[in-house]
Design a protein around this ligand. Structure first.
Ligand code: ISE
Length: 345
């Protein structure tokens, strides 16, 4: 059996190597093992033995490796799902591309725009895009409905987006990670919703939370401008303690739409109202992740991808870099739009 030859498996199932078995990797392993149709976790690449053991216990039949090169050399995998932190993506992407495997890479594509360019170059040596980037919001039912509303024009033209992105707490976070790890989601989803690229970014600092770790400016207000002047303000606020919230209000000429009021159980009791809230992205975007992975698996079995590609990942990194510059100089930074190569159209 050779890598990428899915006909070699008895059921034609996509044999996936999950790279990184931390919080997100473990979640994807559970997803593929219990809910995704047409795929199986054949390998887990994780240097930490305790995590690797826990992961293979969830995925019977999966072999543990500590390096992607060893998993590829052993054969028996058709695809790679990369769920390590962004700075470790490039060393996995390059050998996986060389082996011609289908790839789902968690966001961000890589750590910065320069490393993303190296990945694009390697991918373009192949016959077609092999990398789908894990911007899962594009698969969230409410984001999809909002996009439909924008495209339909039934509430008039879209004027502004008011985005809220709140995490209960973070440990090792820096100002730049606020952009590259968190706001990167809005940096991807805003142009996708609006249908045009981001042309400028600016960062403002409200009164600071005493709950933020030393050295982190939290919250931040990130302003994204698209080419025709739609302004998206993003409140990124990562130590709110009470829960995980991602919502967007869209302001149209003749209406307003809201998405993301998705907490769970509501209780009216003792003269009051109480509602539970998500605690992290695994539940808030659980459906989106399920749909995303299923789309990726179905597409990989057909020899294609079905979702944001590495050009989208690269563009997001270009905007992230402008955002980091905007943080440091305290000014609005303009972004030049690059034409999408035909390979990624
Ligand atoms: C995390 O890595 C994610 O991707 C979450 O969606 C985001 O809300 C969080 O801020 C990131 O740290």
């Amino acid at each position: 059996m050779t890598p990428g030859d899915i006909s070699a498996t008895p059921l034609g199932e996509l044999r996936v190597a999950v790279v990184g078995a931390g919080m997100m990797g473990a979640d994807h392993i559970r997803r593929i093992t219990t809910r995704t149709v047409g795929a199986t976790v054949a390998a887990v690449v994780e240097p930490d033995k305790a995590r690797a053991d826990a992961a293979t216990a969830m995925a019977p039949g999966a072999t543990a490796y500590s390096r992607i090169e060893d998993a590829i050399a052993a054969g028996g995998i058709d695809a790679v799902l990369i769920a390590t932190p962004g700075e470790y993506h490039e060393p996995v992407l390059l050998p996986a591309l060389k082996a011609g495997l289908s790839i789902l890479c968690e966001k961000p594509l890589t750590f910065d725009a320069e490393s993303s360019r190296r990945v694009l170059e390697a991918e373009q040596k192949l016959d077609r895009p092999h990398i789908q980037v894990g911007f899962m919001r594009r698969f969230d039912p409410e984001y999809l409905q909002l996009k439909e509303l924008i495209v339909s024009g039934s509430a008039g033209a879209l004027l502004a987006l008011r985005c809220v992105h709140r995490n209960p707490r973070v440990d090792a976070f820096t100002d730049s990670r606020m952009i590259t790890d968190s706001v990167v989601h809005e940096i991807d989803v805003v142009p996708w919703l609006v249908g045009e690229p981001i042309s400028a970014i600016e960062v403002k600092y409200p009164k600071q939370s005493s709950l933020a770790p030393e050295g982190l400016r939290d919250p931040q207000l990130v302003l994204l401008e698209t080419e025709s002047g739609v302004l998206a303000d993003v409140e990124i606020n990562v130590n709110v303690q009470f829960g995980y919230q991602v919502s967007t209000d869209a302001v149209f000429e003749r209406g307003v739409a809201e998405i993301g009021r998705t907490g769970g159980l509501s209780i009216y009791k003792d003269g009051g109202f109480w509602r539970t809230e998500h605690q992290d992205f695994r539940t808030r975007f659980g459906v989106a992740y399920d749909v995303e992975v299923q789309h990726w698996v179905d597409a990989a079995r057909r020899g294609t991808i079905d979702g944001p590609n590495s050009w989208d990942g690269y563009l997001a990194n270009v905007v992230c870099e402008a955002g980091i510059k905007a943080q440091s100089i305290g000014q609005r930074v303009e972004i030049k739009t690059e034409a999408r190569p035909a390979f990624y159209s």
